[in-house]
Ligand binder design. Sequence first.
Ligand SMILES: [Zn+2]
Length: 76
Amino acid sequence: MCLSKMTVASGGRPGIPSWKLAEGNKDMSCDHCLKLNRLCIRIVKIDGEYRFGIQPVPENLREGSTWEDTRFWLLP
Ligand SMILES: [Zn+2]
């Protein structure tokens, strides 16, 4: 679940995120965050502990960028 979509959805109402631009891959940024150009932040469980996770732009939209590039996290 994307925290941005849950808490600050467009129109002021939270909703259920979708991953059409990521072709269903929920490890990528959700459609809502891509459209509004904001970081897609989720709660992820790593080694049994819950942490914040920032989901990257889907590979097909990154244009070869790496995690050090802005486009890896946000569309221009
Ligand atoms: Zn999101």
